[in-house]
Ligand binder design. Structure first.
Ligand code: NAP
Length: 477
C-alpha cells in the first residue's frame, strides 16, 4: 500500500513512522497511509518556515504572484487527479470534487492578484515636522489546520492569502483526508516554491497543535473545523497571544416565505442541503416554510429528494455519496430517530441506504412537522437529512432562525424585494443566500458571526488576517 509522505524544507519523508490509514468511506478499502508524526516534526517544519520567511517576505508581491499563478495552472492541469483522490478519501461525488478543485484553485488565482493590493496609508499630519504613515507587513509563520469536508479548498483559502502576503506556512490537514492535501503540496513543489515556504505535517492533532502553540515562531493560526475544537484553540493560544482566524461550525436556517417561487426554493434547498452529502458548514440544517405554501413545498421537495442518486462517488451519475465515517452515519441515524420519536413524519428516505456492512450511506431524507425540541434543529447533523418546520409569520421565522449560538449562513426565499431585505437585515448570519442555495465564491468574504468564527476568508478581507499594521511616525527636523 502506498505511503504518502510529509513535506518539510522541500524534502519528502515518512518512512519508519507509525501510520494513519486512510479509508474509502464508500467501500471500506484502504486508500493509502500517511505518517503519524508529532511535536518533533512540527517544530522542524516551524523552524524551516521561520528561516524561509525572511527570503519569501522580501520578494515583491509580483514575484510571489508568479509562483501562485504557476500553482493555479498546475491545479487546473491536475484537476482530475486531485478530484479522484478527494472522492476516494472522503466520498464526495466526482462531479462535486471537480467543482471543489476549481473553487480551490480560484482562491490561489484571486489572492495572487490581491497580494499586489496590500496598500499602506499616508495620514495627514498634526505637526509640520512630522509625517505619519501606515505600513503593512506579513504576520510571519502561519499554522493552517484544516477539516476533511473540503480538503483542498479549505487549504487554498488559507494558503492563497498567506503566501501572497509574504507569510510561510505549516499545514496540518485532517487525518481523514491528508492525501488530497499532500497531492496539492506536490503541485507546490512542481511550481517551484522555495524550500521552507510551504510545509506539511501529518499525525496527532493534539501533539502537532501543542508544538504550534508552544513555539513562539508561529505568529498566526488559521483554523477551519468544529466550534468545539475552535474553542480549545482559543484557550491554548492565549499564552503566546497568537493571532487566530476561526472558520467554525454552523446551523443554517433556510426560510421559505409565502411569496417565494416554490420551484426556485426547492432547487436552492436541494443545492444547499445535499451538496457534499449534507456535510458542509453552510448547508441548510433547518428549513422553515410559511404555512401558505408548506404542503406544496414539502411535496415538491420530497419528490426531488427521492430522485437523487446515491452511491459510490466515483460513479458520474451519483448525487449523494457516503458519510465520512461510522460516527458520521450514527449521528445522522440518531438525529432522525430522535425527531421521529418526538412526532416528526418521514416523507422521504429515513433509513441507512444499505444494511451491508460496507459504505456509510444514508438515504436522502426529508422529515416534516419538526419542532425546536428535536436535536436535529439544534446540532449540526452533517448528513443528508432535511427537517422542515411550519411557521405562520415572517417574525416567527426570523426569531427561530436566530435562536442558535451559530451565525454562519442563512437562506431566504421570497420574490418580494422589500420583504427579503427586511428579513435579511434582522438575520444574525455572516452569509445570506437570497433565492440562492450556493453563495460561496473566492472574491467574497466568507465567515460567521457568534460561535461560527472569527474573521473572514476570501474577498479583499481574506488577506487582512495575514498582515500586520505598522504605524510609523517620521520626524522631519
Ligand atoms: P474538527 O474535528 O474540528 O477537525 C478539524 C481539524 O482540527 C482537523 O485537522 C483535526 O485533526 C484537528 N483537530 C481535531 N481535534 C483537535 C484538537 N483537540 N486540537 C487541535 N486540532 C484538532 O472538524 P472536522 O470534523 O474535520 O470538520 C467538520 C467541522 O468543520 C464542522 O463543524 C463544519 O461546520 C466545520 N467547517 C467549517 C467551515 C467554515 O468555513 N466555517 C468550513 C468547513 C467545515 P484530526 O483530523 O487529525 O483529528
Amino acid at each position: 500500500m502506498k505511503l504518502y509522505n510529509m513535506y518539510i524544507d522541500g524534502q519528502w519523508f515518512g518512512e519508519g513512522y507509525e501510520t494513519i490509514k486512510v479509508i474509502n468511506p464508500a467501500n471500506g478499502e484502504l486508500v493509502g497511509e500517511v505518517p503519524y508524526a508529532g511535536e518533533k516534526e512540527t517544530n522542524q517544519a516551524i523552524n524551516v518556515a521561520h528561516t524561509g520567511f525572511k527570503k519569501w517576505s522580501s520578494l515583491t508581491a509580483y514575484d510571489r504572484a508568479g509562483y501562485l499563478r504557476k500553482l493555479y495552472q498546475l491545479m487546473m492541469e491536475h484537476q482530475e487527479e486531485l478530484a479522484e483522490m478527494m472522492t476516494l478519501e472522503m466520498g464526495k461525488p466526482i462531479k462535486e470534487s471537480r467543482g471543489e478543485v476549481q473553487y480551490a484553485a480560484s482562491f490561489i488565482d484571486w489572492f495572487a492578484e490581491e497580494g499586489k493590493r496590500i496598500y499602506g496609508e499616508t495620514i495627514p499630519t498634526h505637526a509640520g515636522s512630522k509625517r505619519l504613515q501606515v505600513w503593512k507587513k506579513p504576520v510571519g509563520v502561519v499554522a493552517a489546520i484544516t477539516p476533511w469536508n473540503f480538503p483542498i479548498a479549505m487549504l487554498t483559502r488559507k494558503m492563497g492569502p498567506a503566501l501572497a502576503a509574504g507569510c510561510t506556512v505549516v499545514i496540518k490537514p485532517s487525518s481523514e483526508t491528508p492525501i488530497s492535501a499532500i497531492k496539492l503540496i506536490e503541485l507546490c513543489e512542481k511550481a517551484g516554491f522555495p524550500k521552507g515556504v510551504v510545509n506539511l505535517v501529518t499525525g496527532s492533532s493534539s501533539k502537532i497543535t501543542k508544538a504550534i502553540m508552544e513555539n513562539n515562531k508561529v505568529r498566526k493560526i488559521t483554523f477551519t473545523g468544529s466550534t468545539e475544537v475552535g474553542k480549545i484553540l482559543i484557550r491554548q493560544s492565549a499564552d503566546q497571544v497568537k493571532k487566530l482566524s476561526l472558520e467554525l461550525g454552523g446551523h443554517a436556517p433556510l426560510i421559505v416565505l409565502d411569496d417565494a417561487n416554490v420551484d426556485t426554493a426547492v432547487k436552492g434547498a436541494i443545492a444547499s442541503k445535499f451538496r457534499n452529502t449534507g456535510q458542509t458548514c453552510i448547508c441548510a440544517n433547518r428549513i422553515y416554510v410559511q404555512s401558505g405554501i408548506y404542503d406544496e413545498f414539502v411535496e415538491k421537495f420530497a419528490k426531488a429528494v427521492k430522485g437523487l442518486k446515491v452511491g459510490n462517488g466515483m460513479d458520474e451519475m451519483v448525487d449523494v455519496g457516503p458519510l465520512i465515517n461510522k460516527e458520521g452515519l450514527e449521528k445522522v441515524e440518531n438525529h432522525v430517530e430522535d425527531a421521529v420519536s418526538k412526532g416528526a413524519k418521514v416523507v422521504a428516505g429515513g433509513s441507512p441506504y444499505t444494511k451491508e456492512n460496507v459504505g456509510f450511506f444514508y438515504t436522502p431524507t426529508v422529515i416534516k412537522d419538526v419542532n425546536e425540541s428535536m436535536v436535529v434543529m439544534e446540532e449540526e447533523t452533517f448528513g443528508p437529512v432535511a427537517p422542515i418546520q411550519k411557521v405562520e409569520t415572517e417574525e416567527e421565522a426570523i426569531q427561530l432562525a436566530n435562536d442558535t449560538p451559530y451565525g454562519l449562513a442563512a437562506y431566504v426565499f421570497t420574490e418580494n424585494v422589500a420583504r427579503g431585505m427586511r428579513v435579511i437585515e434582522r438575520l444574525d448570519y455572516g452569509i445570506v443566500g437570497w433565492n440562492d442555495g450556493a453563495p460561496s465564491a473566492a472574491q467574497v468574504p466568507f465567515g460567521g458571526m457568534k460561535e461560527s468564527g472569527v474573521g473572514r476568508e476570501g474577498g479583499h478581507e481574506g488577506i487582512d488576517a495575514f498582515v500586520e499594521t505598522q504605524y510609523v511616525a517620521i520626524g522631519m527636523e
